[in-house]
Write a protein that binds this ligand. Sequence first.
Ligand SMILES: [Zn+2]
Length: 274
Amino acid sequence: MGKLAVFSALVLLSVISLEAQQVRLENLQGKTILVFTPHPDDDVFGAGGTIALLNRNRNKIYIVVYTNDDKGSYDPEMNSQRLAQIRRAEQEASEGQLGTPKDNIMWMGYDDGMLEYAAQPKLTEEATAIIRRLRPDVLLSVDPGEWYERWHKSDHRMAAFNTIDAVRAAEFWLYFPNQKLQQHLEPYKVPEMYFFYPSAQEANYFVNIDDVAELKFDAAAKQVSQFEPAVNKYRPDWTAEDLKNAKEEMRKEQTKKDGHYVEAFRYATGFVQY
Ligand SMILES: [Zn+2]
């Protein structure tokens, strides 16, 4: 073997071993996973299959819900307090189905649709404290976009940008120094991030969820008030016919790749520096 061939083989080997070192998201075990979600359902729709796989592998999953989702109902009889309670119970049932204990769900309590108008230093400070306290091995959130800002609907865009701002703040102790000085929260650098709801152009990581797809659809169906007919006139349950149709729709809508159900992410190990 010539020198060039030996060199090429060595380069190839090192590339292979590097790839082998990076454990696939769905194969992680015993890690702390922190999920930021704008509403109590985006975590399930965007990453529910992956969350089910991570729970199955005995990771510790925490869900942070920015808003109480207390506006999205067409029912003229509904009110915001009641809707917030309904959505909270649905989220606990939905994440529970995926294996996440309800004690691991944290509610920041902002009003639905109003995240953009919340006091921003406070919003970032709160998310930063959660990151510094839980010190996640992996963070999941809505994709703020890498090369292009991703246009999301209200709350989704603010959750995306606020979370990445908090990731940045968390690693420099001089951001919100009271957290170190008074609460003994040390700075923390989030090593890996997987962003859900990526644009098709920036999605670079796909988790095969074939094994848990039906579980995910069952979990999503626990969010009864988000779907017709309960979104129009609230009822706490489904007729068999409506449930069947809703799940059929979910199967159709779920992202697929090479004939498999997948969840699409943008994987990143840091924030954009410029
Ligand atoms: Zn949402």
